[in-house]
Design a protein. Structure first.
Length: 441
């Protein structure tokens, strides 16, 4: 692929190809009989009917759970030097959150979880996302000690799955012992890999895709489930369909994350991409994805299609409203400073410090009130007259820490909503058709 050397994916795909081959032969007859106008062709009709019936409450189930994510920068130390990384200036730093600081953080997490559970009418789940840097560089005894603290502080809620741990890794270096530790502690993995080379380089400047592909194969051999993240940028945009196919063969869901602002994200960078370029790539990916007979989940396309389904049905869902519903995603820096995701690391917009303040103190602070007011003003400006408001919960406006949001509407979600809406109507997809696509993705 362009933009650098492509990884040798044969090793990572071999097992998936073998399993898929036999399954495809068995389903060929069903595929032929299925209508080519039917978005879920290739599935046995009785399975389609059963899954569609189950899927009638798909969105209700999704919104019946309140999820809070704490993205924790346990350490910034990293063995890669990805050119678009927003942590670029700190990747050699060895500082990490100390255990006594973890204790303060976990108390804050538990306190906030309990407060939201008490005031909310739906079940609450809290995700603790280990982020970096590269969290797999953290010593095993350190990870084990943090998990012991979690068992002490989060208690029964951790065992019941009210609190879950995720670890986002570049998977460049992984040991069997570390995988066993993650499995024992039920820490779920997310893997960052663009498939296209040239940007995610090692600290010594070498390409990393071949090594990561081999380690993905190691995960599949261990039966370790994982999700994937691909940065949507100049080097990946022209190859989004091939990248999707790579992960589809592995049966792995993937998120295409639009390029963030970062120290090296300047005009002329090899990975630079304009919003129109990223939008064009996502449109091409949508057309490719929706017609796949055995597609896997792709974010943000899945969420955007869900919004279009709600609009087709004339239904709405609760808005992204921190004042009414509490937080959605919080980011904890290595020094304990707490931010809304889109405000990291703007010191003037810091909510507080979880190592030094209780959550009650932070939430009652002038900084926190100012943050709520900024969000509400932003939503009023961009979302108030949007035709997708109601079906869209306004959260796309707050997802990306890029300074340039747009003149009238959000740069990515709004034009892609319009594209998807036109696409499904031109092809006369019914709400049931769209529901089936969402059910199988």
């Amino acid at each position: 692929m362009g933009g650098g050397a492509a990884p040798d994916v044969a090793r990572a795909e071999e097992r998936a190809d073998q399993e898929e081959g036999q399954q495809q032969e068995e389903e060929a007859a069903e595929c032929d009989r299925a209508s080519r106008a039917f978005p879920c062709r290739g599935r046995p009709p009785e399975e389609i009917a059963d899954r569609a019936q189950e899927g009638l409450t798909l969105i209700e189930v999704a919104t019946a759970t309140r999820r809070i994510s704490w993205v924790v920068k346990a350490s910034k130390l990293c063995n890669l030097r990805c050119r678009y990384c927003y942590e670029w200036n700190d990747l050699a730093k060895r500082d990490r959150i100390a255990l006594d600081q973890w204790r303060s953080l976990l108390v804050a997490i538990r306190t906030y979880h309990e407060a939201i559970t008490q005031r909310s009418k739906v079940a609450t789940e809290t995700d603790i996302v280990w982020h970096g840097g590269e969290p797999l560089l953290l010593p095993s005894d350190y990870i084990a000690a943090v998990m012991a603290l979690e068992r002490e502080i989060l208690g029964e809620g951790l065992r019941r799955g009210q609190y879950r741990n995720f670890l986002q890794t570049n998977l460049y270096s992984v040991q069997e012992e570390k995988l066993q530790l993650l499995a024992r502690e039920r820490i779920e993995l997310g893997v960052s890999m663009d498939v296209v080379g040239g940007v995610r380089l090692s600290a010594g400047g070498e390409e990393t895709e071949d090594q990561v592909a081999r380690n993905i194969d190691l995960l599949t051999k261990h039966g370790t489930d994982f999700g994937a993240i691909v940065v949507l940028a100049g080097h990946t945009g022209p190859h989004v369909t091939e990248i999707y196919d790579f992960y589809e063969k592995l049966g792995v869901g993937v998120r295409f994350l639009p390029l963030f602002d970062s120290p090296l994200n300047q005009a002329g960078a090899s990975f630079a991409a304009t919003y129109p370029q990223m939008l064009e790539a996502l449109e091409a990916l949508f057309v490719h994805w929706i017609d796949r007979p055995r597609h896997t989940r792709v974010s943000p396309l899945h969420e955007y299609l869900e919004t279009i389904l709600l609009r087709m049905l004339g239904r709405s869902r609760p808005r992204y409203d921190r004042r009414a519903n509490g937080e959605y995603v919080l980011l904890v820096n290595t020094d304990g400073s707490l931010y809304e995701r889109a405000d990291a690391y703007d010191h003037m917009k810091m909510l507080g410090n979880v190592f030094e303040q209780s959550m009650d103190e932070i939430i009652s602070s002038p900084n926190y009130r100012a943050s709520l007011e900024r969000d509400e003003a932003l939503a009023a400006r961009y979302c108030g007259s949007c035709e997708f408001l109601g079906a869209c919960d306004t959260s796309p406006l707050f997802e990306s820490p890029r300074r340039d949001i747009g003149e009238v509407r959000c740069h990515v979600a709004y034009p892609l909503y319009r594209f998807i809406d036109a696409y499904v109507h031109e092809r006369r997809y019914t709400p049931a058709d769209v529901q089936r696509i969402l059910t199988f993705a």
